[in-house]
Design a protein around this ligand. Structure first.
Ligand code: WT7
Length: 630
């Protein structure tokens, strides 16, 4: 964790008070009342929510807290898909639309709960047939198509642990994730479609599985005519399902059985495999979808993330389906075929709840109001944001232009590690641009100094969570020491790695990361990952990477590179390095700037002082440089 607590002063900001109808009609009701109820008896609070769901057998205890290890709903048995699918099919939602998918060329596919259950069951049976068993890991590397969600749910059905890898990652990043999780099967597609262009996904998988001895099968969704050839150990997604029964009894899972692994960047070169478990994750995502997003039966809900990120796991697939919602998904990009693409979807589908990222909102702002103004957005009742700080200008624009000064904004703070959203301004509470808000009922959050003392209102420090919650990560795969660090950096509390300011009224403002993680367009990028990708290029001797504030992306990536002798700096080499990072890590991690340098600032012990580079770059005071060599 770096030492610079770059604390902004908390100014008096405008407050927006939503229509009282929102609170009156919300599942949560009054925030303070719900929060007090939680504080009075935390276990009873969570137990009441858990009881709304179907369990194969109940728990002995709601929670067992053995610092820093938690177990939730001990010895209870369940299957999350029985809650996401069967529970609705067996009740009044059999014919309700679960998923609406929209492709770029205007193609639409609709799955009712019954249809989705049948597809999931058949694919789950197909996975069982090729030998996938409870506890095996399956890597899912797919575009945003219904089959991506079907593959996830099918794994969950049979107790296989999925590791979904975002389709924008490169071959080396994918290989590392396959190897670390020891995936037995990789599920992919021939292509993904972006801005009218087909990107060859399978070619990346072909490369990524070369050094992955655990992989027994590669399942390919073939979207394109003529069908791509399949080779040894490769099989077609739909051919596998032929002749499969649509009855697939759900695997009986213990509440604490591992559910999925999802990799997130850390401050070393190796991403962390965050492990979530079955029971607590289900309760946390169900609770927040119902009581924070206020999902009702007649909502049409759209979260524009990709299931390859935690946002998509929790708020496209598992949470909304557990609630029985109608979920819209689409492969569309916000600026293709034109800057009205998202707004035309909202108008066409009559979306009522829309959840997106600040980087997208800032891009919409830049493209101008005339685009959303062309469309009727009056179906919207709630709009949300996640991934990085929603700056006040973007808040105001989102509220006025998209929310038409009526829709509450749910700016939600959370992480891959937390599984569910943790801090926001719940419906009915006054909204303050720049501030995410307060901990939701069920969560205890605070801003503290290095010793863990709560800071005074108006000052900043580290964001922490002070007690366990059901959907918290249980470990880091193969690296429990990294798990313990979350709880040991400040004894007794979970440190999120974010810097924050506590407002006078207890509202929390998130400033950004306190460590070597850069949030670029809402994506978590480790400086060390980009550095090691650069150093793996034959011309590079050393590299240092920093994040620079960027008006659109939040941060941009700048790299400083020392070349090996015999290599000349120049534009060609620069392009070559960018290409190298793109193919190894993926487009999201490509530096926006590269400087060739002769030296990097280092401590006497040889650690690169990125803080000094950043200060130089931005023309600010580097702070304490007494450990700098020379
Ligand atoms: C980091 C977690 C959880 C979904 C997407 C990102 C930043 C997330 C907010 C917000 C300010 C935010 C934090 C956090 N972040 N939401 N509403 N306001 N910052 O998940 O990739 O695990 O990244 O995203 O810095 O630590 P993730």
């Amino acid at each position: 964790m770096t030492e610079d607590f770059d604390v902004r002063l908390v100014e008096d900001v405008k407050t927006y008070t939503p229509d009282p109808q929102y609170r009156k009609n919300a599942w949560m009701g009054d925030y303070q009342k719900a929060y007090n109820e939680f504080l009075a008896d935390p276990d009873a609070f969570w137990e009441k929510i858990a009881k709304e769901l179907d369990w194969i057998s109940p728990w002995d205890k709601v929670k067992e807290w053995n610092y820093p290890y938690a177990r939730w709903f001990t010895n209870a048995k369940l299957n999350i898909t029985a809650n996401c699918l069967d529970r609705h099919v067996n009740n009044h939602r059999r014919n309700k639309v679960a998923l609406i998918w929209r492709g770029e060329e205007g193609r639409e596919r609709i799955f009712t709960y019954q249809k989705l259950l049948s597809q999931v069951a058949r694919f789950a049976n197909a996975l069982r047939k090729i030998g996938v068993k409870k506890g095996d890991c399956v890597c899912i590397y797919m575009p945003l198509v219904p089959e991506q969600a079907i593959a996830m749910l099918a794994c969950a059905r049979i107790g296989a642990i999925h590791s979904v890898v975002f389709g924008g990652f490169g071959a080396a990043a994918l290989n590392m994730r396959i190897q670390d999780a020891e995936a037995k099967v990789v599920i992919t597609a021939d292509i993904t479609i972006r801005r009218g262009k087909a990107i060859q996904l399978k070619a990346i998988v072909d490369e990524a599985v070369i050094n992955a001895p655990t992989v027994e099968h590669v399942v390919v969704l073939r979207r394109r005519d003529p069908l791509v050839d399949l080779h040894e150990r490769e099989m077609d997604f739909y051919e596998m399902m032929e002749g499969m029964s649509d009855d697939c009894p759900p695997e009986v899972m213990d509440a604490e059985d591992p559910f999925f692994i999802l990799y997130t960047s850390g401050s070393t070169g190796k991403p962390k495999g965050i492990v979530h478990t079955c029971g607590g994750y289900m309760v946390g995502t169900y609770y927040t979808c119902k009581y924070v997003f206020d999902l009702k039966d007649n909502d049409i809900y759209w979260c524009s993330a990709d299931p390859g990120w935690i946002t998509g796991h929790s708020y496209i697939v598992y949470g909304p389906l557990a609630v029985g919602a109608t979920v819209f998904i689409s492969e569309l990009t916000p600026d293709y075929p034109d800057a009205g693409s998202f707004w035309s979807m909202i108008a066409e589908q009559k979306i009522t709840i829309f959840y997106t990222a600040p980087t997208a909102i800032r891009m919409f702002m830049k493209m101008g109001e005339s685009w959303p103004d062309k469309y009727n957005l009056s179906s919207l009742r709630i709009i949300g944001s996640v991934g990085e700080p929603l700056n006040p200008e973007a808040f105001e624009w989102y509220y006025r232009v998209i929310g038409r000064q009526k829709c509450p904004i749910l700016d939600t703070w959370w992480q891959t590690e937390t599984g569910m959203l943790m801090i926001t301004t719940v419906l009915g509470e006054p909204m303050r641009p720049g501030f995410v808000g307060k901990a939701i009922p069920g969560v205890v959050a605070d801003v503290v100094d290095k010793d863990g003392n709560s800071v005074k209102p108006g000052t900043g420090g580290l964001l922490v969570i002070k007690s366990p919650w059901p959907s918290m990560l249980r470990t880091v795969y193969h690296d429990d020491e990294r798990y313990r660090k979350y709880w040991e950096t400040i004894k007794g509390m979970y440190t999120a790695g974010d810097l924050a300011v506590k407002g006078k009224d207890g509202y929390i403002m998130i400033l950004g990361r306190a460590d070597d993680i850069i949030i670029v367009a809402g994506h978590n990028i480790g400086t060390a990952e980009v550095e090691s990708a650069l150093v793996s290029h034959h011309a590079v001797a050393e590299a240092a990477v920093i994040g620079k504030p960027d008006p659109m992306k939040g941060n941009s990536i700048k790299a400083f590179v020392i070349l090996r002798v015999g290599n000349e700096p120049g534009d060609n080499l620069k392009q070559d390095l960018l290409h190298h990072v793109r193919t190894t890590l993926g487009a999201i991690a490509v530096p926006h700037e590269i400087d060739f340098v002769d030296k990097l600032p280092k401590t006497r012990s040889g650690k690169i002082m990125r803080r000094v580079l950043k200060a130089q770059e931005m023309g600010i005071d580097p702070g304490d440089i007494s450990t700098l060599e020379e």
